[in-house]
Design a protein around this ligand. Structure first.
Ligand SMILES: NC(=[NH2+])NCCC[C@H]1O[C@@H](n2cnc3c(N)ncnc32)[C@H](O)[C@@H]1O
Length: 425
């Protein structure tokens, strides 16, 4: 009798379970031959739910892995099903900002908070009698800086979460109520009493755009900012660098080589999917992990940027490898700039990169499936694409495409790759 060396009831259930039909929530472009590509509305036959994130499925005769988060069950009543999803996940989003955890993290970030204070101080004279909107004011810290360090005629502190109830108390408790008016609600829906001279907001998410709060800032700009009014931040940039990540690779991948004297390498493909197929937020890159000089790959002018531009942001890069080493992946971070209210005044920068004071955003690491040895003089060229999720409006997928050209090799021989990283759906 061929004794099976295990009886896995799940697999048994799976073998018994008949394939189920699932519907694609939005387009997906698979990377590599193992992943399916499909369009919104495609009906996939799910053959096995091999892991939480990736299912083995069939579409028009082709089989491959599909990301489970892009699929929904094919329910009979799709209208009812469609109404269930809250594409902005506002309940969860504003719920999280109704508690102190995130506000404590942001207020504890001295680099972030002091930069906004410095912007107010260095523009205090020009802020006299100006009207300010603080979009997403949270605890109201920026609004109270305005009231305490300058003399604006009015500050409208807009906050959609229940934190707004406390913000009103904080404003009164700090003697700012004659200047600062707290308005509870989403900026897209509120009626301000007047147009504003300055729209200030701290909207930046991981990898600059995650959460897509920037959309709210652009909508408010178009509706409430006077002609000639000032946006703070005035511009933003996403910076990228090819890097080593030896300790992260050792922790998540090499670990399986010899744990307690056993060989667990069959788990390494699972480890690659589970740990390297999504970006690593809150990564701290050491300067000597950078394999080349970082470069800005995407720039945003907050006066010209349109909401429709947020669907697809693209950038190109050309790195010249300065130090030989292992190319484990790319690290990204952002910087934002605050122009002076006075013509010719100094621009202030908040930079979240490894050359600046640490911030709570830290950096974002994108791991390749496998590291590649690179040598001083090699070039790494390619593109980065930020594709906003058409269904989950606070999410995006970052797609990196790269070619490595050795200095010594013939022109036509190069190593390249392409990989997509969902954040998070
Ligand atoms: N830098 C970030 N990633 N997040 C920090 C700012 C987020 C704050 O803005 C609030 N907020 C976000 N979007 C909005 C909006 N459209 N209207 C009002 N408040 C908002 C949110 O509730 C939170 O208190």
């Amino acid at each position: 009798m061929d004794r099976k060396n295990f009886v896995d009831m799940d697999t048994k259930k799976e073998e018994d379970a008949s394939p189920e039909e699932w519907v694609a929530l939005c387009d997906f472009t698979g990377s590599g031959s193992e992943q399916l590509s499909f369009y919104t509305g495609d009906r996939l036959l799910v053959l096995s739910k091999s892991s939480a994130d990736w299912w083995w499925a069939e579409l028009q005769g082709v089989t491959g892995y599909a990301p489970a988060r892009y699929l929904r069950e094919d329910t009979a009543d799709e209208e009812e099903d469609a109404s269930i999803e809250d594409p902005w996940q506002d309940e969860e989003y504003y719920g999280s900002y109704g508690t102190l955890k995130l506000h404590l993290e942001m207020l504890s970030d001295r680099s972030r908070t002091e930069t906004y204070r410095q912007v107010i101080v260095s523009n205090s004279a020009s802020l006299r009698n100006k009207v300010v909107m603080d979009l997403g004011c949270g605890t109201g810290i920026i609004s109270m800086f305005c009231a305490q360090l300058a003399k604006p005629s009015a500050v409208y502190a807009v906050e959609a979460s229940s934190m707004a109830d406390y913000t009103g108390q904080l404003v009164k408790h700090n003697g700012c109520e004659d200047v600062v008016t707290v308005m509870k609600g989403r900026a897209e829906e509120l009626e301000l009493p007047e147009q504003v001279d300055v729209l200030v907001s701290e909207w930046m998410g991981n990898c600059l755009l995650f959460e897509f709060m920037v959309e709210s800032v652009l909508v408010a700009r178009d509706r409430w900012l006077k002609d000639g009014g000032v946006m703070w931040p005035s511009s933003a940039a996403l910076t990228l660098v090819p890097c080593q990540a030896r300790s992260y690779y050792a922790e998540k991948m090499s670990f399986w080589e010899r744990p307690y004297g056993l060989d667990f390498t069959p788990l390494q493909s699972l480890a690659q999917q589970e740990f390297f197929n999504k970006p690593k937020f809150s990564h701290v890159i050491e300067l000597n992990d950078c394999l080349a000089a970082p470069c800005d790959v995407i720039s945003m002018d907050m006066y010209a940027l349109q909401v429709r531009d947020l669907e697809e942001m693209r950038g190109e890069f050309q790195f010249s490898v300065e130090t030989s080493g292992l190319f484990h992946g790319f690290t990204a971070w952002f910087s934002v700039h605050f122009e002076s209210l006075e013509t010719g005044g100094t621009t202030i920068e908040l930079n979240t990169g490894p050359n600046s004071e640490p911030t709570h955003w830290k950096q974002t690491l994108f791991m390749l499936d496998e590291p590649v040895s690179v040598f001083s003089g090699d070039s790494i060229t390619g593109t980065i694409g930020l594709h906003r999720n058409p269904i989950w409006r606070r999410h995006m997928t970052v797609t990196l495409q790269w070619n490595i050209r050795g200095q010594t090799e013939e022109a036509d021989s190069f190593q390249g790759g392409k990989k997509s990283f969902p954040m998070w759906r």
